[in-house]
Every structure is written in C-alpha cells, then in structure tokens.
Design a protein around this ligand. Sequence first.
Ligand code: URA
Length: 247
Amino acid sequence: MKIPEKPRTTAIRLNSYIADCGVTSRRKADELIQQGRVMVNNKVITSMGYKINSFKDKVFVDGERINLSQPVYYLLNKPKGYVSTVSDDKGRPTVIELIRTHIKIFPVGRLDYDTTGVLLLTNNGDFNQAMTHPSNNIKREYDVKLDKILSQDDEEKLLKGVFIEGGRGTFLTVTYPTNNKKAPTVVSSEGRNHFVKNMFKALGYTVTALHRRSFGFLTVKDLPEGSYRELTQRELKLVNRILNNKR
Ligand code: URA
C-alpha cells in the first residue's frame, strides 16, 4: 500500500484547493466561500479569487480541517437499507451518507443493501486495491441465517467447492457458534458480489440475513449498527504489515 506523498507547494486559488481536496466541485466551493463556511487559518474568507499557500495555510470547511491528498480510512458497521456505492440511480440511501466528512470517499468492496457489518471506506485507491485484490486473500467472516437447516452433505460441498456465477467458490470454514444449523458462520477470502448468497443459493438455500463480522482483523464488535470510526494508526500499521508480507 502506498500512502500518497505530500503535494507540491503552490499559491492556489481557494476554490481550486477545496476542489483538489475532494470536498466538492470548484463551483460549489465558491458557494461555500460565499456562505462564509470557509476559514483560512483563523479568518473567514468570503472573497472570490482568494489565494492560499497550500503548504503554510490551514483551510477549514464548516470547522473541519481539509488537506490535499489526506488519506482517510473509516470502519462502518453498515446497517440494512443502504447501498454500498457513492450514488444510487434508484435514489436509495448510500453508505456515504452515514459518514460525516467533506472528503470524497468510497466503499472498499461491497455489502448488499440488506447486509450488515464491517465495511471500510477510504479515499485511497491503493488501499482499496490492496484490501480487495484476490491475491491478498483477506479473510471475511459472515454470520448467516438460512431458511432451513444446513445438511452435513451440503456443508462438505461448500468447503470442497460449489459452482456459482463467475466460477467455483469455496468457504474456508463453516462453524455453528450458536449450535444452530440454520445459522452458520462462514469464512471466505472471496470478494465477489453476492458471493455468500450465491454459494448457498447454488445448493437450494436462501440467505435470510447476513452480517459481516470481520474483514481481516477488523471487526465491528464494539460499534453499534450505523456507527463508524476512523482506523487507528496502529490498525493501519498492521494492515500495511500484512499487505507488505504478502507481496
Ligand atoms: N456475500 C453476499 O452474498 N452479500 C454480501 O453483502 C457480502 C457477501
């Protein structure tokens, strides 16, 4: 994973700087400036065409410091009823709406509209690529609810390999933490869309609820549904270490 380097210093128009930080378009940045929502250092700036020094000056939008290329990483406990995209042509709520930030972020991989649990969001394309690339084998753990009891035979098939759209898929483990054969927990290192549902569907089961309990070592154990937090520096170091070891 490559953390972006510091940008070059320049005198830059305030509206361009806000747009380059990924907050919004240049035109909308002008509106923010006019509305008195932008501060440079300790001063509200409302004049159009104002220039800043991108190394020295500190810029705030609605009180939040913004930076060029500042990478951000969020861990969300996704609730049901949100799509894991930046926008939705059907007008459904998106996970982006759950995160209060001016920085343009996107989800790392996808969870279905009705799936809950661990979802990472970032503005760092390298991080996204590293976490989702199949060669990195990042494990995902899912709590599943099925419409019927999972038979021993089918459990074995899921571990050996099942043919689904896009090719053969396998679960690495299938366990029953609550001793309920309708509620297995499965682990896979697959990121294909609808992977878990398609695996069960191939054997005639319907997934009635799905929760991603973990993604690598990241869990939402202490995060209520709909809440999020930034990844800690320690977590980011660990992610980096894991990914570097895999190279
Ligand atoms: N597999 C699915 O079927 N759905 C998800 O949301 C995640 C994994």
